[in-house]
Design a binder for this molecule. Sequence first.
Ligand SMILES: [Mn+2]
Length: 368
Amino acid sequence: MQHIFNFATINHLTGTYFNSPMDINLDNIKEFDSLISSKEDIALIGHFNPDGDSIGTLTAMHEYLKSRKKRSTMIVPSSFPEFLRFLDPDNEILAWSEKPMETVIAIKRADFIICMDFNNLSRVEALEEPINENNAPRVLIDHHLEPEYSEFQIAFTRPDISSACEGLFYVLMAMPDICNDPAKLPGRCAECLYTGMMTDTNNYNNSIFPSTLQMASRLLETGLDKERIQSAVFDNFSESRMRLMGYMLQKKLVVLPKQHSAYMTLTEREKHEYGFREGDTEGFVNLPFAIKGVLVTAFFTESEKYIRVSLRSKCGLSVNDLSKQYFNGGGHAKAAGGRLYMPIDNAGRYFERSIKKYIESQQGTPFE
Ligand SMILES: [Mn+2]
């Protein structure tokens, strides 16, 4: 399967100059376009613990399919943070954790499945089984490393873009009805795409490529209200979340100067004390980067079954590799997740040992 596109063929398709920094194969676009035309009931699948990019791709694709008079159902394995609610004003997104029956039924009856912002069906947890039981064609739109190509009929994916929303933006630009004109994006599509890009780059702090700014610029040209989106995402937290952030920085932040690293651990008891709600720690993992010399960060959240791990890097040290070796996870070189199965009180020491061992195992200095 081919997942690279080239300019000439896109020009041929649209008859316009296609100013895209991404490569998309024309045959894949044609196939995707005709799959949409021939199907009636499309399931859009997002990943576990959906973030802005996940909800952004789902809602943008939903808006697009609505414009093509297709029924589509947005489905995620677990609920998403409240601050993203503005992307789904009519409460249409189904979370398996809240409505397991409805969710499974929607997957079973689908005649086409579009997976976005994840690279492997294991990232959708309980949804993996019903998806695998459905023989409908599957398409992937993503930006994670090492996609599981064999699970999809078409995969539009590459790691050197900011977000799955950016990938979806360029796929939509290549569709015949959009014809490389962002002004033709229907309904709230542009705003959903912009939100996913903005949140996945931590508000233009990381994973910004020339293609990313080009996408932003082209969306802004359509009259998109960027201030409104920024305020909906960043100025919408609870007082208790702000106080939790203060507590974490004051009491829980550990800096390891020699390892250019810093970490924080959040326990169930502390979550309870601060009235924790899903999404409250969004972005906390990035806070220590403001300290001079800190290039790698980790955030550990205790939950019922395991410790949720978030890892970030601003240097050559790959947290994807680090997570694969020590934290039962992976993701991107500069942003990865994982899980630990140990008491939360041991997580800090485990991180200190792991990062030391990992740095020792690297050739040369990873802090460049
Ligand atoms: Mn993403």
